[in-house]
Ligand binder design. Structure first.
Ligand code: PLP
Length: 507
């Protein structure tokens, strides 16, 4: 990657032009051989004439090498885990080993079709079965569906299962509420309201977790369940799950755990043992496959054994001699294709198995993943604590939360710090999330990073903290190395321009 020094301006040139602006009429990147079959008009195929376009599509016209250079250059402008630590909290941007990619495209996996005869699907089903089994061990729960395509999709499945459970017990009418901590990811309340539940917010106490008495006060007969993230989005372990689960079970509510932060718990804490009834896991965070690229993802859902019958069908079952699709009699229905996003599952399995076995027990030592992730986050916490406010300065889990309070005296904020970080070649950390901490900066190094790369990141952060004191203008006007510096983010959200229009078409 081209690295700009902290204050160097980029050289603007044709490099920055869009591919549309580089287009020259008649230039070709690829040409087809002459047509050797009769030409067919859209009308001959029954396409209504008003649906047939009369103008040409506005594709850019470029030669192959222009195209390759354009996109290669673009790819180098990105921040990427293959270039540097990617501190985007809550996204678990760990390194994605290349062997995972290779495996996902090997053995004909790319050509699989769910309607192939079962005997030809055996190797694929064996892989799925093995992941189901591993996830059962790691979650301490009894059944797993691999069908959901993302974390939020997994939440949806889980809360639908919650509702199906109450319906099956004839108590759906009275079970109207789900309790959610105020620090939750926005998908949690969104999911519950999509499924038709009312949301009751649990406050965060001064230690950054929920207060037992607050939860007890909110639980009553109308409680369908609780949805808690553990470790929570402040990077802190919620210590009172068993007590909460016990009280919740007394009113026949279900405990849903958002397992997006599972990277802190692998092989150490087993949610089923804590009283969790159902949860999702972001395979595309915890088990490699980059998060945040727009997909595909995989949000496997694990449930207590007696809730298995509600899961989306099919699950993968096994007899002594073969694997088979298993339909669930009370299923909430399908939420995706048969396999789910199979290639993500292959990557997840490869990641899990690559961790190596304990020489004594011969079973994989998953806790090594989480131990390193937690240690790395705490190392950052210790190195940065004199430079940034740490709202909850206790041992954190796999991510550390800072705030901009110390920089406020210079009229600088999280936004400025994040923008300045881009000048140092880093993708910004997660900013202004979770909402319960003003000016939050959430940093998640993951287990992939060496001490040297974490030190480099900390030194960048320390240098920015010094700049905030010594040269606040440099920070408030950052970034100085990017072509788009401070776009109006609200306008970009509300009125995104997603389509290029030529000068002529604008007039
Ligand atoms: C990432 C995340 C989600 C949503 O997962 P997606 O795969 O992005 O849908 C939900 N909850 C938490 C805490 C997360 O970090």
């Amino acid at each position: 990657m081209k690295r700009f020094g902290p204050t160097v301006k980029p050289i603007l040139s044709h490099e920055e032009a869009l591919i549309f602006e580089k287009s020259k009429p008649g230039r070709l990147g690829y040409s087809l051989p002459p047509l050797d079959v009769p030409e067919v008009q859209p009308q001959d195929l029954g396409v209504a004439s008003e649906q047939v376009r009369t103008d040409g599509a506005l594709f850019p016209e470029a030669s192959e090498n222009e195209l390759v250079r354009h996109f290669t250059r673009l790819s180098q402008k990105n921040c990427a885990i293959d270039l540097e630590l990617y501190p985007l909290g809550s996204c678990t941007m760990k390194y994605n080993p290349k062997i995972n990619e290779e495996l996902a495209s090997s053995f004909g996996f790319g050509d699989l079709h769910p309607f192939w005869p079962l005997n030809r699907l055996q190797p694929a089903l064996a892989i799925q079965y093995q992941i189901q089994e591993l996830l059962k061990i790691l979650t301490g729960l009894g059944a797993v569906s691999l069908q959901p395509s993302a974390g939020a999709h997994g939440e949806y499945v889980g809360i639908k299962v919650m509702r199906a459970y109450h319906r099956s017990k004839g108590q759906d009418e009275k079970k109207t509420k789900v309790l959610i901590p105020e620090s939750a990811h926005g998908t949690n309340p969104a999911t519950c309201s999509m499924v038709g539940y009312e949301i009751v917010s649990i406050p965060t106490n001064e230690k950054g977790i929920v207060e037992l008495q607050d939860v007890f006060d909110l639980i009553d007969d109308s409680t369908a369940g609780i949805m808690m993230t553990n470790p929570n989005t402040l990077g802190l372990f919620e210590t009172q799950l068993p007590q909460i689960a016990k009280r919740l079970h007394e009113v026949d509510g279900l405990f849903y755990m958002d397992g997006a932060n599972f990277n802190a718990l692998l092989g150490i804490s087993f949610p089923g043992d804590l009283g969790v009834d159902l949860m999702h896991i972001n395979l595309h965070k915890t088990f490699s496959t980059p998060h945040g690229g727009g997909g595909p993802g995989a949000g496997a859902v694990a449930v207590r054994q007696d809730l298995e019958k509600f899961l989306p069908s099919p699950l993968v079952g096994k007899t002594d001699s073969e694997y088979f699709w298993k339909e669930n009699e009370a299923s909430i229905g399908r939420v995706g294709g048969y396999f789910g996003n199979f290639s993500i599952q292959v990557r997840a399995l490869a990641y899990l198995l690559s961790i190596g076995n304990d020489p004594k027990t011969k079973s994989p030592i998953f806790r090594r993943i989480s131990e390193a992730a937690v240690l790395n986050a705490n190392y950052i916490r210790a190195r940065l604590k004199d430079y940034y406010r740490i709202p909850f300065d206790t041992i954190c889990m796999h991510e550390v939360l800072l705030s901009d309070e110390l920089q406020k005296s210079q009229k600088l904020s999280t936004q400025d710090i994040a923008k300045r970080l881009m000048d140092y070649g880093y993708h910004p950390m997660t900013v202004y999330f979770p909402l319960v901490v003003s000016g939050a900066m959430l940093i998640e190094p993951t287990e992939s990073e060496s001490k040297e790369s974490i030190d480099r990141f900390c030194e960048a952060m320390i240098s920015i903290a010094r700049e905030c004191q010594e040269n606040p203008k440099l920070v408030s006007t950052a970034p100085h190395s990017c072509f788009r510096t401070r776009p109006d983010e609200l306008l970009a959200q509300k009125k995104p321009k997603l389509r290029w229009l030529s000068e002529e078409s604008l007039h």
